[in-house]
Design a protein around this ligand. Structure first.
Ligand SMILES: Nc1ncnc2c1ncn2[C@@H]1O[C@H](COP(=O)(O)OP(=O)(O)OP(=O)(O)O)[C@@H](O)[C@H]1O
Length: 484
């Protein structure tokens, strides 16, 4: 089972006049293990260090270039997105640790690479939002738009409903839009960073293949989180910003980051030990609905996959002694995603064909014909469905559903037809809801099968171990000399 997270550590250069020697953060030859030295003072006042080891997929020390990180880890995501995958590139770390620095450079390079890689075969659209304070969502393309809603659609995908969606045709156009969006973010000067981001910014680039309007669009989501911070990281407030506002911002940032950590814990904490008795235990609950931030990141953390998904988790850190506690915390969470994530479960089609999210447009037409009489007939149902499959049809808002029926209808249209359309919609809606339940049950079943498979594998291993031990105890074997 392939891991759907890649975890990078990135340590920024120090800006202090004197730096620790040897450096407090180092990496091994493979550049995957990071060693962090936590200074400790013992009672004889001579300084010692406690050594902490963390695993990543690659650890970038201060001399590393963003271009290297990009070409090794971000660029390979572009073909994945253009072929329908959902990629999230997320920067996580303490305030002032280099999230915006890394992410904004990566997004510029990613946009250029996207358009150099046949993005013109797709309709490319773009949304940009920020999550500020407890629950406020701002549209970074339209400051006056207060209606943006982070929500799940009927198919269970996270959406930025009512956010401005820009269509872009060229890399230059998109670079200008993205730069403009980053510039709209709420930032303030703090003790750690003269331009500290006070919100979580998310940019979604959606690539819909032109040749197949029914295909699920590929998504590249760029996420620059606000940094975790301590009260001591504030500089005294100036101008219109009061200390109370600063403190409220800090609390909101840390609270939403805690919900993210809960999702990481749920994705990585060990499942109950696989024994025959608990093979049927429920799948871990990933609490992505507990905040707007984690709901926006649903595709990155959810255990159940509706499309191929990959998340690049860039954990940024400062190399300085004063920041060691934050660095340890950042690396601890990030490395859990390397060492022990539960593999994602992919939804398999329902063998009985009851799940509308797997229906072809032909199967959908069949159902509409069966229940849509007298407003629908074999003459107009094709116009109504228009090549759309069950999953896409299920996402149609109610108004669009009626409009399609009315447009496709060739006979008279009045109160009787409207009532019939309403009845058909209700029937369809019940089926969609039942299909969601079926999907959820099927995913739970798959989880249980996987657990049962683990139990079987463990039992077989134990049996083989016991057999080897039994053979080793046989008289001739136990006494035989061992050869090199
Ligand atoms: N790898 C790097 N090389 C050189 N300078 C860097 C690097 N990473 C960060 N910096 C610099 O460090 C400062 C803080 O970085 P940045 O604003 O990206 O931090 P941040 O983690 O986004 O902070 P916040 O959470 O407060 O918004 C900036 O001046 C940035 O240019």
């Amino acid at each position: 089972m392939e891991r759907d997270f890649t975890v990078l550590f990135r340590v920024r250069p120090s800006f202090l006049p004197t730096t620790s020697s040897p450096p407090l953060i180092s990496t091994d030859d493979s550049q995957t293990q990071a060693t962090v030295l936590e200074p400790r003072t013992n009672i004889h006042t001579s300084a010692t260090h406690t050594e902490h080891a963390f695993t990543s997929d690659q650890c970038y020390l201060p001399s590393a270039q963003t271009e290297d990180l990009f070409s090794t880890h971000v660029e390979p995501l572009i073909p994945f997105v253009l072929s329908g995958g959902y990629a999230t590139v997320l920067a996580y770390g303490q305030t002032g640790s280099g999230k915006t620095h890394t992410l904004s450079a990566c997004s510029r390079l990613a946009i250029t690479s996207l358009f150099a890689s046949n993005a013109d075969k797709c309709d490319v659209t773009l949304q940009a939002i920020e999550i500020y304070g407890k629950n406020k969502v701002n549209d970074l393309f339209d400051a006056s738009n207060a209606r943006v809603l982070i929500a799940e659609n009927i198919a269970g995908s996270s959406t930025f409903a009512k956010a401005t969606t820009k269509t872009v045709l060229t890399a230059e156009e998109m670079l200008a839009q993205v730069e403009g969006a980053w510039a709209q973010r709420i930032t303030r000067g703090t003790e750690k960073n003269p331009q500290s981001s006070r919100s979580h910014a998310l940019i979604r680039i959606m690539c819909q293949p032109k040749r197949d309007k029914n295909a699920t669009p590929g998504v590249l989501q760029l996420v620059d989180l606000a940094g975790s911070e301590r009260a001591a990281d504030h500089s005294p407030a100036s101008g219109a910003t009061s200390n109370a506002t600063r403190m409220a911002e800090t609390v909101a940032i840390n609270t939403s980051l805690m919900t993210l950590k809960s999702c990481i814990r749920a994705r990585t904490s060990p499942a109950p030990p696989p024994t025959t008795g608990n093979a049927g235990a429920a799948a871990p609950h990933i609490p992505f609905r507990s905040s707007k931030l984690t709901l926006a990141l649903k595709e990155a953390f959810d255990l159940y996959s509706r499309q191929p998904t990959h998340t690049l988790f860039i954990a940024t850190a400062s190399p300085d002694q004063v920041d060691i506690a934050a660095t340890l915390n950042t690396f601890r969470y990030a490395s859990a995603l390397v060492s022990s994530p539960h593999a994602r479960i992919e939804l398999q089609p329902d063998p009985l064909g009851r799940n509308v999210f797997f229906w072809s447009s032909a199967r959908l037409s069949e159902w509409l014909l069966k229940y849509g009489a007298p407003i629908l007939s074999s003459n107009n149902v094709a116009g109504l469905v228009d090549g759309i499959d069950g999953a896409r049809f299920a996402k149609l808002p109610e108004g669009d559903f009626y409009a399609r029926i009315q447009n496709a209808s060739t006979g008279p249209w009045g109160g009787k037809q409207e009532a019939a359309a309403k009845e058909l919609y209700l029937k369809w809606w019940k089926l969609v809801i039942a299909s969601r339940t079926l999907s959820q049950k099927a995913l739970e079943e798959q989880w249980k099968l996987r657990q049962a498979e683990k139990v079987r594998a463990e039992e077989e291993e134990t049996r083989q171990d016991k057999e080897v031990q039994r053979l080793m105890r046989l008289p001739g074997i136990a006494a035989a000399p061992t050869t090199a």
